[in-house]
Design a protein around this ligand. Structure first.
Ligand code: NAG
Ligand code: NAG
Ligand code: NAG
Ligand code: NAG
Ligand code: NAG
Ligand code: NAG
Ligand code: NAG
Ligand code: NAG
Ligand code: NAG
Ligand code: NAG
Ligand code: NAG
Ligand code: NAG
Length: 392
């Protein structure tokens, strides 16, 4: 780890010195997007939030489908009013921070609130990482690396953080590596990829929603309990067999339990659906290798036959069933079904976020400081994931 952190420090210093890659002339294209690809997979990325904006996979009939949400035009991300965190990297601390405050070594810090009448901080605050343009430090035909320098005090967070986000395509696989260093003070760090999926590219004539997709989370027998505005209250809850949150005992359609009264309130007060942090419990089976130990989640669609298997080193997995969508957000020119409104309907997508236990900085009894708080002398923050695609 010392070695890795030394290497990262050198990389960081190089970036600060305005490093320019030997040949980064491959991108961007006319829409301001950077393309990377490998056999069976092609993705487009933008500096804004280090976001994925398009992901093309051939379906069971050989038709290319763009299966993530985004905008056609890279410059539109900066002017969009609603900002649903489309495909970006939430940072420096993903998900919600209770009361927009936390304590490190006895010092109470207050960060910028931006949700629920300013009762909490969501995804790093009103100017979190996915509201900013990252720097493209390298771009090849199959890989792109973005960097960000997040200054001391920005959004109220203590100390500077320097981060690198690398996306690499290998056959049928989108590989994600996120590294972050706290260079001056101890600070909370939690990153993720906030990608919205519609595995049908909105082209399924029978439905524009994602409710018929099948989800399996074999390691997620527990979830984090939250209050009415989705703030963890410290409780770890059981996903009892056959309950609405049981996606572990066998694969189940996202919408399978939408008529169950148990689902009302499952994603906050009066909310029906999922916006839930599931725990990923693997260590009890002995040492595991996240790359070969099986996916933490699998999602598939009958219409396109496209299946995604998510492998990660992270210990939690957030699922959001897009209950907040209401037909306002447009779909892209690469998506849709003729004759149907070109918008994202309620439940028209699924967000799946690999991450650590949310708001663990405010639940000291969970004892996850090593995964949530980082200082200059510590190992770097690292997140790795592989999204593997297949067709059935
Ligand atoms: C960089 O790559 C582009 C396109 O791949 C090529 O046209 C250009 O000649 C290359 N430039 C250098 C300096 O190698
Ligand atoms: C989809 O198939 C076509 C035809 O074989 C091919 O040209 C294209 O590259 C494929 N797309 C992807 C994303 O693999
Ligand atoms: C891209 O979006 C920006 C901001 O919304 C807009 O000004 C510009 O005209 C768009 N460009 C294209 C080619 O659509
Ligand atoms: C919430 O934060 C405020 C300051 O922003 C502080 O005065 C208050 O004590 C905090 N409340 C709780 C319950 O921690
Ligand atoms: C937020 O805080 C205010 C007072 O600061 C309170 O009136 C309100 O009920 C809280 N909750 C929500 C969900 O807005
Ligand atoms: C990000 O970069 C784009 C393209 O250069 C620019 O139009 C946009 O204003 C920038 N956005 C922010 C938030 O800096
Ligand atoms: C979705 O699944 C339900 C059963 O859970 C089924 O009744 C319905 O026909 C399916 N719809 C589509 C469009 O596949
Ligand atoms: C936390 O919230 C859950 C509902 O999500 C509830 O079942 C549990 O009792 C709450 N725990 C505490 C300590 O308030
Ligand atoms: C949820 O759906 C599954 C699959 O259809 C079913 O077996 C289970 O009984 C349902 N649970 C509830 C609480 O409705
Ligand atoms: C929840 O729904 C009930 C019944 O429709 C309503 O009275 C209440 O105000 C709602 N609460 C919130 C927080 O929206
Ligand atoms: C998928 O389609 C098959 C064949 O039409 C059907 O039997 C099955 O129930 C469908 N499964 C889901 C999850 O929609
Ligand atoms: C739909 O959602 C957007 C974004 O959250 C919101 O601004 C708008 O008011 C909503 N429209 C309706 C009709 O609820």
């Amino acid at each position: 780890m010392m070695k890795l952190s030394a290497v990262i420090s050198i990389l960081a210093a190089t970036a600060l010195a305005q490093y320019s890659a030997p040949n980064d002339t491959i991108g961007p294209n006319a829409d301001g997007k950077y393309e990377i690809s490998a056999e069976g997979i092609r993705g487009l990325f933008i500096p804004y939030g280090a976001s994925i904006s398009n992901l093309f996979i051939n379906d069971t009939n050989g038709i290319e489908r763009d299966i993530v949400l985004g905008f056609d035009n890279a410059s539109h991300y900066s002017v969009d009013q609603f900002h649903p965190h489309l495909g970006g990297v939430p940072g420096r601390y993903a998900n919600r921070i209770k009361n927009s405050s936390f304590v490190i070594d006895g010092v109470e810090y207050h960060v910028e609130p931006n949700e629920n009448n300013n009762n909490d901080t969501l995804h790093g605050g009103p100017d979190g990482w996915d509201y900013r343009n990252f720097t493209v430090v390298a771009h090849t035909s199959d890989s792109i690396t973005f960097s960000i320098v997040d200054p001391d005090g920005k959004e109220g967070f203590p100390g500077e953080v320097i981060s690198y986000i690398t996306y690499t395509m290998t056959p049928h696989t989108w590989n994600i590596k996120m590294v972050a260093l706290a260079t001056t003070k101890k600070t909370p760090i939690m990153l993720s990829s906030h990608t919205y999926w519609n595995l049908d590219a909105f082209a399924n004539p029978d439905t524009p929603t994602a409710l018929n997709y099948t989800l399996h989370m074999p390691y997620s027998g527990q979830r984090i309990g939250t209050d009415g505005i989705l703030i963890p209250n410290g409780t770890i809850l059981p996903n009892e067999l056959y309950s609405v949150n049981d996606f572990w005992s066998s694969p189940k359609q996202i919408g399978a339990n939408f008529t169950s009264p148990d689902l009302l309130g499952n994603c906050g007060t009066n909310c029906t659906g999922y916006d839930t942090c599931y725990l990923v419990n693997r260590a009890q089976n002995g040492p595991y290798d996240w790359r070969s130990g099986g996916p933490v989640a699998s999602l598939s669609s009958n219409f396109t036959g496209i299946q995604i298997d998510i492998f990660t080193d992270q210990d939690a997995f957030q699922v959001y069933s897009c209950g907040g969508q209401n037909g306002t957000l447009p779909i892209k020119s690469t998506q849709g079904y003729e004759g149907r409104p070109r918008v994202v309907e309620q439940f028209g997508c699924i967000v799946m976020e690999v991450e650590d236990w949310i708001d663990a900085i405010n639940q000291p009894e969970w004892q996850r400081d090593k995964k949530n708080i980082f200082g200059p002398g510590d190992d770097p923050y690292v997140l790795e994931a592989a999204y593997v695609f297949s067709v059935n």
